[in-house]
Design a protein around this ligand. Structure first.
Ligand code: GLU
Length: 429
C-alpha cells in the first residue's frame, strides 16, 4: 500500500494492482450490460476527448530550473463543460488522469449537474515545494493549460495535493493573462475571491449523508450506529464529525500513522484533522490503537475508506466485517474486491455518489461566480442535502428495480443520462 495520505480532497493509491483507468473501464463495461445505451455510445465513452500534456518549467528557490510534466484529461462534455480536480502527486500519469476524468463524468451525471468529466495534475511531490515554488508552478501550469480550460469550457478544482490557495493562484494567473477577473474558471477557491461557503466540508458532508441514507435503507439509524473512518483529511474528518453530531459512535479514525480506537466512540472534534495538524491522529489519547488494515476489518455498521484508492482488494475483502462500506476516497475498492463484497452481501455505496458533494458545491460556486452573488452557508447545505437526496433516490430506485449493486445502479443512472444526451445530440459530422 502506498503511504500517501489524504492531504486535501481525495486520494487514489498508486498500487500496481489496477490503475484507475482499468477500474473505470471495467466498471463501464459492467454497467453497460444493465442499461439500454447504444454500443457506439459506450465505445465513445471508453475514450477521452483529449489528454493535454504540457511542460511546466519552474525556477527553484536556489535559482536552478526544473521542468515538470502536467496533464489535463477531458473525458466527455456532452452534458456541459468539463469539470474535475487538479492533483499534485509524484505518480500522476496521463492514464491515471484519464480514469479519474471518467469518474468525474459519471459523478456529475449521477448528481444531474450540467457538467462533463475532467481531471488533471502535475507530476510533482508537493511536499518538496516551498510555498513560493508551489505558487510559481501553479501559475505557470495555469498558463500552459489556459487554452484548454475556461469558465464555459473546463473548470478545474482542488484534488490531492492542491487546495483553496492553489485555486486562488490559478484563478489569478488565468485572470491576469485574460485581462479580466474570472472567478468561474476554477472552483474550490477561498470565499473571499468567489469561493463558496461550505465547499471545503462538502465532500465529507455528502459522505455522511450517504452513510445516513444507507443505514436508513438497511433499517438502521445513524443514532447509535458504529462507524470507522480511514483517513482524517477533509473528507474523512468532516464525514466523521457530522456523523458524530448526528449521534453515531465513531469508534476509529486513522491517518498514515495508524488509527485511534475507542469502542465507546471517539471525541472526533478532539482528534486533529489533517488541516488542523497534519498526521497527528495518534496524538489523541485513545484507549486503543489499530493499524490502517485493522480499521478496515472492524465489526462496525459502516466503514468509510476516505484516504487512499485501492485499499479494499482481493487480499482483504473477505475480512471486511462492516455491514456497509461507504466510499469517501475516489476508487478505494478494486474490481476484485467489489465482486467479493457483492458476493458476501456487503453493500458498497460508490464514490461517484457518496463523495459527490464536492463537485456539487463546486457547481453552486460556479453559479455564484457567474451571477456575482454569494449564497449563505445555510442555502448551500440545504441545496446540497436536497440534491444528494434526489440522486440517492434515483440510485435507490435502480437498486430496487434491477437487483444490481449500488455501484452498478449509480452507473446505470449516470450512463442513462449521458447516453440520452449523446443520442439526442447525435454524432458530428
Ligand atoms: N476533486 C473533487 C472530486 O474528485 C472535486 C472536483 C470538482 O469540484 O470539480 O470530486
Amino acid at each position: 500500500m502506498a503511504t500517501n495520505t489524504l492531504d486535501d480532497e481525495d486520494a487514489t493509491d498508486y498500487e500496481e494492482t489496477e490503475s484507475a483507468l482499468e477500474t473505470a473501464l471495467r466498471q463501464l463495461s459492467a454497467a453497460a450490460t444493465h442499461v439500454d445505451v447504444d454500443d457506439g455510445v459506450i465505445e465513445r465513452l471508453k475514450h477521452p476527448t483529449r489528454v493535454v500534456e504540457v511542460g511546466v518549467p519552474l525556477k527553484r528557490d536556489d535559482g536552478s530550473v526544473e521542468v515538470f510534466t502536467g496533464y489535463r484529461a477531458q473525458h466527455d462534455d456532452v452534458r456541459g463543460p468539463y469539470k474535475g480536480g487538479l492533483r499534485y502527486h509524484p505518480e500522476v500519469t496521463a492514464e491515471e488522469c484519464t480514469g479519474l476524468s471518467m469518474w468525474m463524468t459519471w459523478k456529475c451525471a449521477v448528481m444531474d449537474l450540467p457538467f462533463g468529466g475532467a481531471k488533471g495534475g502535475v507530476v510533482v511531490n508537493p511536499k518538496d515545494l516551498s510555498p513560493g515554488e508551489k505558487e510559481r508552478l501553479t501559475r505557470r501550469f495555469a498558463e500552459e493549460i489556459r487554452e484548454t480550460i475556461g469558465p464555459k469550457k473546463d473548470i478545474p478544482a482542488p484534488d490531492m495535493g492542491t487546495d483553496a490557495q492553489t485555486m486562488a493562484w490559478f484563478m489569478d494567473a488565468y485572470s491576469m493573462q485574460e485581462g479580466v477577473t474570472t472567478p468561474g474558471v476554477v472552483t474550490g477557491k477561498p470565499p473571499v475571491v468567489g469561493g463558496s461557503e461550505g465547499r471545503e466540508e462538502a465532500p465529507g458532508r455528502s459522505v455522511a449523508i450517504a452513510a445516513r441514507e444507507a443505514l436508513r435503507y438497511y433499517d438502521k439509524t445513524v443514532d447509535g450506529a458504529t462507524v470507522a473512518v480511514q483517513g482524517f483529511g477533509s473528507v474523512g474528518a468532516n464525514a466523521a464529525r457530522l456523523l458524530d453530531d448526528w449521534g453515531a459512535d465513531v469508534v476509529a479514525v486513522s491517518d498514515v500513522n495508524g488509527a485511534a480506537y475507542d469502542t465507546d466512540g471517539l471525541d472526533t472534534y478532539a482528534v486533529p484533522s489533517h488541516e488542523e495538524q497534519p498526521e497527528a491522529v495518534m496524538t489523541y489519547d485513545a484507549p486503543n490503537t489499530l493499524t490502517n488494515e485493522e480499521l478496515l476489518e472492524l465489526d462496525v455498521d459502516v466503514v468509510i475508506p476516505a484516504a487512499l484508492g485501492n485499499v479494499l482488494t482481493a487480499d482483504n475483502a473477505d475480512d471486511v466485517q462492516a455491514d456497509i462500506v461507504v466510499e469517501g476516497a475516489n476508487g478505494p475498492t478494486t474490481s476484485a474486491a467489489d465482486t467479493i463484497l457483492d458476493e458476501r452481501g456487503i453493500p458498497v455505496i460508490p464514490d461517484i455518489l457518496a463523495n459527490a458533494g464536492g463537485v456539487t458545491v463546486s457547481y453552486f460556486e460556479w453559479l455564484q461566480d457567474i451571477n456575482r452573488r454569494q449564497w449563505s452557508l445555510e442555502r448551500v447545505n440545504d441545496e446540497l442535502e436536497s440534491m444528494m437526496l434526489s440522486a440517492w433516490n434515483d440510485v435507490e430506485a435502480e437498486v430496487e428495480a434491477g437487483d444490481v449493486s449500488w455501484r452498478d445502479a449509480a452507473y446505470v443512472v449516470a450512463l442513462g443520462r449521458v447516453g440520452e444526451a449523446k443520442a439526442s445530440r447525435g454524432l458530428w459530422p
